[in-house]
Design a protein. Sequence first.
Length: 52
Amino acid sequence: MDISNTSARRWLLLLTVCLTGVLVLLCFTGPAIVLLSIQQILGEHHHISSTG
């Protein structure tokens, strides 16, 4: 294998791992933030109680 080709593959692998880490965080935090915003909007207009 060519040295530059191996180096490029390593950088591509590192980039892929880093992007995957960011996407995993967004998958977990995104819905939580959106649901909180929706709850606040509906709570302001419809006075929904969180205690049931």
